[in-house]
Design a protein around this ligand. Structure first.
Ligand SMILES: Cc1cc2nc3c(=O)[nH]c(=O)nc-3n(C[C@H](O)[C@H](O)[C@H](O)COP(=O)(O)O)c2cc1C
Length: 291
């Protein structure tokens, strides 16, 4: 039943799940995940960088190797973890955000709960479980399992603390030709649903750092980041670049569903930014014949 939902529905209903049922994942679902993460095509992002995703089953948070994987009590009854692995540079992180979100949407479509985690897990325990080579590191993980219907008090408190249900309104995220004018949904035309999907996406601490500037005929969408000062400095990587990759994935998935063709390109957008924290990332350009 769930698999009939369109990706737009999936993006509208997805939310972070931190409590799971005790029921293990079905072998059908394990196969689906294994096949997906073993297909190289699914691991390459729009910039061409390739990441890796490992599936680790757990029983009472202990892996088959006997390693205790910790999430500081944040996650109840996870049945497995998906562990992200990539290099610590801008393009790799953008690409990995994109790639991991695509998998999250697939899982949501199949009724499997997820929660992006970049901070509140014990990285050491996961690094023990998965030996890393070259310059690779673990940017994020997600617990997986079937969602527990009732949220725990802790889940509710956490959602309240990060204002998880508080998605920024259009006028703070989307702009018309320049940062001085907000783009209203009445004027967004063909781009309305793709950018609405960006707005609904998950982000680290729900900071929603994405800022989009759209050109007059809605054929170009420039993606900027408004960085939260010192956000993940202590962790040694820029977690908000994952948020930008997620935005690209949400946007792309919507376009694909709506039959809008386009491509990603890094250009000089020639747009004045409102402050020093706002930086250009990438642009999407429509290649549809009739746009
Ligand atoms: C890159 C990234 C890192 C995140 N890290 C954590 C984390 O360490 N712990 C956690 O409980 N949630 C984490 N989250 C989940 C966010 O808090 C959540 O997406 C946000 O509050 C919006 O809620 P929603 O996903 O239900 O829409 C992270 C999300 C993203 C995108």
């Amino acid at each position: 039943m769930m698999t009939d939902s369109t990706l737009l529905d999936v993006m509208r209903m997805r939310k972070s799940i931190r409590s799971f049922q005790k029921q293990p994942l079905s072998s059908k679902h394990i196969d689906l995940i294994s096949q997906y993460i073993n297909n190289e095509e699914n691991l390459i992002g729009p910039f061409g960088e390739k990441g890796k995703i490992e599936l680790v089953s757990v029983t009472n948070n202990v892996s088959d190797k006997g390693i205790k994987l910790g999430t500081y009590g944040m996650i109840k009854n996870p049945q497995a973890y998906l562990v992200g692995i990539t290099e610590n540079n801008k393009q790799s992180l953008l690409d990995f955000g994109y790639v991991f979100q695509k998998l999250i949407l697939l899982l949501t479509q199949h009724g499997i709960g997820t929660c992006w985690m970049g901070g509140t897990f014990n990285r050491n325990s996961f690094e023990k479980e998965i030996p890393l080579i070259d310059k690779k590191f673990i940017p994020c993980i997600t617990p997986i399992g079937y969602p527990h219907e009732k949220q725990r008090v802790l889940d509710k408190a956490l959602r309240f603390a990060v204002k998880a249900d508080n998605k920024k309104p259009w006028d703070q995220l989307f702009f018309d030709e320049n940062f001085e004018t907000s783009l209203t949904d009445a004027k967004a035309e063909i781009i309305k649903i793709p950018i609405e999907m960006v707005r609904l996406g998950p982000s680290a601490s729900n900071k929603q750092p994405w800022r989009l500037v759209i050109n007059a005929n809605k054929t170009i969408c420039h993606f900027f980041i408004e960085q939260t000062p010192n956000y993940s400095t202590k962790l040694g990587y820029d977690m908000q670049l994952l948020d930008m990759g997620i935005a690209m994935c949400q946007f792309d998935s919507a376009c694909r569903e709506l039959g809008i063709d386009g491509q990603w390109k890094v250009v000089d957008p020639e747009i004045d930014t409102p402050n020093e924290l706002t930086k250009y990332i990438v642009s999407w350009k429509s290649t549809s014949l009739f746009s």
